[in-house]
Design a protein around this ligand. Structure first.
Ligand SMILES: Cc1cc2nc3c(=O)[nH]c(=O)nc-3n(C[C@H](O)[C@H](O)[C@H](O)COP(=O)(O)O)c2cc1C
Length: 233
């Protein structure tokens, strides 16, 4: 699989078979992902990988909270801006419409949507969960480093024939995660990554992306002259 195929075939898979992921494969992926770049080579990610009994314990403890309608712990970071301006809010709604639409879940069906979201805390059936922490002293550049690292992991998983779903959802119950993982005090749980083999019987939508012109601007000799601002003196 070449890099283009690995990148374009990656998507948030939310239905896995229980087929185990060999430890050797996970180690190969994580050893290669350690080559991800980071400003100043800080390598600000701190990762825990759960399978077997520890993962079962986490799922059991979290399931209790989910079943009780527990809204979660105080948040260590804000997942989204409170009232995202255009086009971000629209993109989020469109992605949700595509995701739930593929499953035949209507917009008004709040209960079905909640049930689908709750599958996060069962790792969508995956047998492996990677939990990615970052030191609370780190700033925006290091959070970006962690994002690059996670994308590298996800792309390498594709090269191994595996799929994944990044999950900020785990940060909602970070105290329960901490009970099982016992991370150092100074770490914040950024996201989980459910990992496994896709259950191909479950329908899904390939989520759209904005047209390139909305997110990329080329300034070169081919296009119209850009509106060059006067240099500041
Ligand atoms: C950092 C991060 C956190 C995410 N958290 C969740 C999550 O908690 N639950 C979920 O179902 N999907 C989650 N996603 C998946 C996104 O919804 C998904 O990547 C996006 O809608 C685009 O879809 P695609 O990855 O299938 O192309 C997350 C993705 C990223 C990068």
């Amino acid at each position: 699989m070449d890099v283009y195929e690995a990148v374009t075939s990656r998507r948030a898979v939310r239905a896995f078979t229980g087929e185990p992921v060999p430890r050797a494969v996970l180690e190969r992926v994580l050893a290669a992902a350690a080559r991800s770049p980071s400003g100043g080579n800080l390598q600000p990610w701190r990762v825990y990988v759960l399978t077997g009994a520890p993962l079962a314990e986490l799922r059991k403890r979290t399931a209790k909270r989910v079943a009780a309608g527990d809204p979660g712990d105080e948040r260590a970071y804000r997942m989204y801006p409170p009232d995202p301006k255009a086009p971000y809010g629209q993109r989020r709604s469109a992605a949700a419409a595509q995701r739930f639409g593929a499953l035949g879940i209507r917009r008004e069906d709040a209960a079905a949507r909640r049930a689908e979201v709750a599958a996060n805390w069962r790792c969508f059936g995956a047998p492996c969960l990677l939990l990615c922490y970052i030191d609370r002293a780190m700033g925006a550049p290091q959070w970006a480093d962690v994002g690059m690292y996670l994308q590298t992991v996800m792309v390498l998983l594709r090269a191994e024939g595996l799929h994944s779903c990044a999950q900020m959802a785990w940060s909602v119950y970070h105290r329960t995660v901490a009970e099982v993982v016992a991370p150092a005090e100074d770490l914040i749980l950024f996201a989980g990554l459910s990992i496994g083999h896709e259950d191909v019987s479950v329908p899904y939508a390939r989520i759209d992306r904005a047209p390139l012109a909305q997110t990329v601007t080329f300034l070169d000799d081919d296009g119209p002259a850009p509106p060059v601002r006067p240099a500041r003196s």
